[in-house]
Structure formats: structure tokens, C-alpha cells
Design a protein around this ligand. Sequence first.
Ligand code: ADP
Ligand code: MG
Length: 325
Amino acid sequence: YDLRNEDFRDMQELGQGNGGSVKKVEHVPTGTIMAKKIVLIDAKPSVRKQILRELQIMHDCNSEYIISFYGAFISDPNICICMEFMDKGSLDGIYKKIGAIDIDVVAKVALAVLEGLTYLYDVHRIIHRDIKPSNILFNSQGQIKICDFGVSGELINSIADTFVGTSTYMSPERIQGAQYTVKSDVWSLGISLIELALGRFPFSDSDGDSDLSDFEGTLSPSRPLPPKRTQEEKDKKKKRKSKGVSLQGGGMTMSILELLQHIVNEPAPRLTPEGRFPKEADDFVDSCLLKEPDARKTPKDLLKHPWIEHARTTNFDLEAWASTF
Ligand code: ADP
Ligand code: MG
């Protein structure tokens, strides 16, 4: 594909993230439906060209567990990344629509993500760096694929310069500034799987009334406040939070700091309550969420876990499941 901005027809807004926005588009000359990600890059032209060069690696990423890549181009001041359109969207959108995801589907998600991560690392030495439900996509053929992996060092730098990203899927060692490894992705997978299986983000702030799955945006209550709290107290708290959110630069709020401290200092979350899910699922999630990275397995090793081997052989019909929503 020779992609030029004027050859696209916008069809639908798919969502907005920290780095930009994603649209469903038609590439008119070929009639191909694509997802076009628009990333605003505040960088010199030379840096933008470098990013574009680095993104070309995605042409070589061919796996059924990885979103395919059509190409990227500069459309000042943006970089546009064109990729395969997944018609059932991302898994965060799915659970927010239909509720907690069936544990058999969650097992298939784990399998697909581990396969995708293993492919990226073994074949291309790429570490994903941003595993979370919104980067795991699903389509009506029942395929599960990962997107938005860190192919371009320059792109990672440019985005990191302009915003503080979603970081609550971040492993304890990353929060403490250690080097990124494939094992950090395994932690993020563990958090994501709990979120899908429970139908909610596994961490809440200390008062338990906010879902802190994202640094940015409003921190709206995700469940009713306890009756003891008066309206006045609520307002105070809201004020404190929104003040924190609007802090420029560091981009951190007290509650975000508390959350990051919680991840580092407290025991990792688990699939609860005990006994609700198969023992092998509990065990798998526990091994993703070992706080010590040396003790945590790699994606490749985790492919041998009994829960994953079972997910591979089971004939659960994801295509049929996809047709239910
Ligand atoms: P984030 O991943 O942080 O939500 P993005 O900008 O990467 O932010 O994506 C915004 C939304 O667009 C995602 O949540 C997802 O639902 C949707 N999306 C991204 N890529 C695709 C795609 N290839 N096909 C369908 N939907 C997509
Ligand atoms: Mg994304």
C-alpha cells in the first residue's frame, strides 16, 4: 500500500487514548477498511522521519496474534499508523458492555497474548510495554490480537515527553525504575486478566470509590460511596482529586501516588473470591503477579502452564461467543 492522507474516508471514531485517537477508515483506492491511529508528535521533522523508519519493522511482524500493519505516514503534525480493523473492538470495551468475561474466554485471551508476546520477543526482540485490555483486540471471526507494542524507541520517547501514560498496569519493578523486560509485560497481563474476569479494574484507591485504571480523565466514582460519607466530604475529596489531576508536568495525583505505592508495597491482587474460578486460573494469575521479577516466568515458559495448555486444546467457540454481542 502506498498510503496518503487524502486517500482515506473517515467512517467512525473508535476511541481516544493518551497518545492520540483511532478512527475506522476506508482506504478508498483499494476499498480496504482500516483502523487509522493518529498520534500527535511534538518533535522535529528528523525525529518524525526516524519514527516512521522504525515503524517499518511492523511490516515484518506477521503472526495471527498480532494486529497486521498496512503502513504509516506523516501528516503534519501527526503520524498516522494504519492497521487491521478489529470489528469487535478492545476487551475493555467488551467487558464494559457485557460485564465480566467468561473465564474460558479469559483463558483464550491469556493464550493469545502469551503467543503474541513470545512471537514479538523471539523473532524481533520486541518487548510490548503496554499490555492492557484496550490493547487486546477482538473480531467476529473469534480472533484475539495485540496492538500498540513498542516498536519505535523514538516514538516511545516522543510520547513519554508529552504525557504521562497509563501506568497502573505497570509492574512493581518498573514503578521503581528498573529496566523493562518481557516479565514486566507478564505482570501487566496478570492485572488485565483479573480485570476481565472480575469485570472491573482490580485496584481501587484507599477509599475504594475510584477506579484508577487511568492517569488521565476524570476520576469518577465506579460504585456507590459508603453511606457514612456526607456530601460535604465527597465534595472535598472530589476537589482534592481534580486539583491533583490538573497538576501539570508530573501529572500525578495523591491517589495515583498512593496506588503506585500500593502496587510496590502490598501483596499483588488475586482472582477472588477463592473457588469462584478454576484453581489453574488462580495459579496462573498468581504466577504472573509474582512481585519479584526474577521469580516471574517469561511468556514462553508460561505457555506451558496447565491452564494455558488446556485453553489451547479446548474447543470453546470464540466465533460463536463473538456473535452474542
Ligand atoms: P488506548 O489503547 O489507551 O485505549 P488508543 O489510542 O491506542 O488508546 O486506542 C483507542 C481505542 O481505539 C482503543 O481503546 C480501542 O478500543 C480502539 N482501537 C484501537 N485500535 C483498533 C483497531 N485496530 N481496531 C479496532 N479498534 C481499535
Ligand atoms: Mg491502544
